[in-house]
Design a protein around this ligand. Sequence first.
Ligand SMILES: *Cc1c(COP(=O)(O)O)cnc(C)c1O
Length: 407
Amino acid sequence: MRSTFLPFALPHIEEEEAAAVRECLLSGWLTTGPRVKQFEKQFAESVGCTHALAVNSATAAMHLVLEAIGLQPGDEVITTPYTFAATAEVVRYFGAKPVFVDVNADSFNLEPEQVERAITPQTRAILPVHIAGLPAELDAIYDIARRHNLMVIEDAAHAFPSQYKGRAIGARLESPLPRRAVCFSFYATKTITTGEGGMICTEDEALADRCRIMTLHGISRDAWKRYTAEGSWYYEVIAPGYKYNLTDMAASIGLVQLSKAERMRQRRADIAARFKNAFASRCEVQMPYERDDCLHAWHLFMLRLNLEQLNIGRAQFIQELKQRNIGTSVHFIPLHLQPYYRDLYGLKPDDLPVARREYEREISLPIYSKMSDADVQDVIDAVLETLNTFSKGEQSEPVVTVNTTVA
Ligand SMILES: *Cc1c(COP(=O)(O)O)cnc(C)c1O
């Protein structure tokens, strides 16, 4: 057994990031400035979007986008319960209603048919999450949005770099949808990090302009220009904006992380392949869903326990791994089970039966590029040992898993 605890997640920070921050600090320019501009430019090139606006979190990004579309109290935004608190709280900031619809049992992503069924005259937007880095059903979601004249905001907090049918998540659409944006997160444990940070990608110039103004106090020009030769002392406040700008210190980390994003993704994909190789034949677990027309960012490795094959529940499974010095997590406690949403909307656990059922058997394994081969093997050994100890049955025939693609 390994002698030290393997954390569930760690950022991949090396000397290069440290040197970039040091250089930024000594440059004297700490807040939003040339490094943020450079980060936005390179991120836009990387995903192929028209406008990229750096902010200090994905939560801020989604808040700004909803402000820009003028979300009103009583409006509805259709979203998934299978996500982090941020996805729905931004809707509540406006007194609007997040309408949770159930997820697909294989992918954990929004079920388009459920989305269509939930549309009312109050619906303004659809807010899908690309969970774990596996793209949501974008063709179907955009088709619904076009037919019903709805905005789409993609919560892409897990999805850099992911691809849907050969196109990067965040890339501009071939046939643009008005009022559409994709929001990324650079939180410490996401696939690339700036400590805290986020990015708004959109082809909608008016939306990008409004977000940029509201990012910094509703001031109608970029603050940093005021202090440079090309700027002047004059500015105008046109709305009660926010303080959501990214710092140049953060962007200097982001630029280095961006340059190694593909290498880090490849490493996570290798780890995922090793897990699948080790566990795919075990009847006590179910492998994460994949589809061959999508590139998975592998932000999370969402294993599922077939609890009827085990003598222990999920909580003890987590405990067993912890005793073997392996950190794990659970993604996510569905939002309709959380006291705030449960009580506000009178939601019952089985209102969204798939989300509830799949959550109860989910366990996320460590998958980050900083893990060594020995770390990966330790996770595999700990999981196999736990399965062998607590499996109910005689080991059944290896299950042949078919990699199905959703139409
Ligand atoms: C992390 C996360 C967010 C929030 O990102 P921040 O940058 O921390 O605001 C939003 N949605 C999902 C699905 C996340 O996992």
